[in-house]
Design a protein around this ligand. Structure first.
Ligand SMILES: O=C(O)C1=N[C@H](C(=O)O)C[C@H](O)C1
Length: 293
């Protein structure tokens, strides 16, 4: 059951590109291998951080195959982003992800067209019929669609929905949904990770966990063992890093940090995303070199 495995730190892996912006499959393999070695609890392919709006399905297929291959026998779920604001497309992509052997689909709320709550519910019902467990993804500042806690609770009641990634910019929904669902609530706002755990989150899908991965894992593991002070101390040390990684639009700074660390060959992103500016690159370099993390 995916719902029981939606715990801990999930890394929405970047889609590394060559300097001429072709998929760099070897760098992708390096990143998946590196985060799995640091005992993350799950991998997401084709999330926002994987530049899903600018990546073609053929590339998603290749990255999913690599993620599944590197995952091997580990019991770590591989979840693939299959969301669309067109229900038929989301269903089709979710079926394809199932055929590839993914463990679940990350399905963002339909963006831009602003459907009613009833439309959103029907969307998830249809996508759920594709036969792959779903993690719904609520991120109003990107989609233009804000769901109420009641709307989210209704989506979570669907059998196919294993959990939700909550990115509303705070902890309100974790508080509001606490006690109303057995399904997994995952934090998608890196800066609120520790606060969300305190309010009942089962874990987080966190772009910044590409960097200092072991410390994100330590935050979660310590928290899960009831060692809250230790968890808070581990997280506090990550805050300056998280701030820098989100100082410009994600995932450019994450890619720059990975390039500086030698895990990917280039920090190229596809337009309309733009490369990290020189000033931020310098700050990242200083933090990564000087940090005791
Ligand atoms: O790709 C993701 O999944 C994430 N996307 C968020 C965003 O940039 O909107 C950030 C979060 O850390 C993970």
């Amino acid at each position: 059951m995916l719902a029981e495995r939606l715990k801990g730190v999930f890394v929405p892996v970047v889609a590394p590109f060559t300097p001429d912006r072709k998929l760099d499959a070897e760098s992708f393999r390096n990143v998946v291998h590196a985060v799995l070695e640091q005992r993350v609890h799950g991998i997401v392919v084709n999330g926002t951080t994987g530049e899903s709006p600018a990546v073609r399905w053929e590339e998603v297929r290749r990255m999913t195959e690599i993620a599944l291959e590197v995952r091997g026998e580990r019991s770590v779920p591989v979840i693939v982003g299959t969301g669309s604001n067109d229900t038929r497309t989301a269903v089709m992509l979710t079926k394809r992800a199932r055929q590839l052997g993914a463990d679940g689909a990350l399905v963002v709320t339909p963006y831009y067209n602003r459907p009613s709550a009833a439309g959103v519910l029907e969307h998830y019902k249809r996508v759920g019929d594709a036969g792959l467990p779903i993690v719904a993804y609520h991120i109003p500042y990107r989609t233009g669609l804000e769901l109420t806690p009641d709307d989210i609770a209704a989506v979570l009641e669907l059998e196919a929905v294993a959990g939700i990634k909550e990115s509303s910019g705070g902890i309100r929904h974790f508080i509001e949904l606490g006690g109303r669902t057995e399904k997994a609530l995952l934090c998608g706002d890196d800066l609120y990770f520790f606060a969300a755990l305190c309010c009942g989150a089962a874990g987080g899908m966190l772009a910044s966990a590409h960097v200092r991965t072991h410390r994100f894992v330590k935050t979660y593991e310590s928290f899960a063992k009831g060692r809250w002070t230790e968890a808070k101390a581990a997280f506090d040390e990550l805050v300056p890093l998280i701030r820098l990684l989100f100082a410009e639009p994600n995932p450019a700074p994450v890619k720059t940090a990975l390039q500086l660390g030698g895990l990917i060959r280039s920090d190229a992103v596809r337009l309309p995303m733009t490369r990290t500016g020189e000033a931020l690159r310098g700050k990242l370099e200083a933090l990564l070199n000087g940090s005791k993390l």
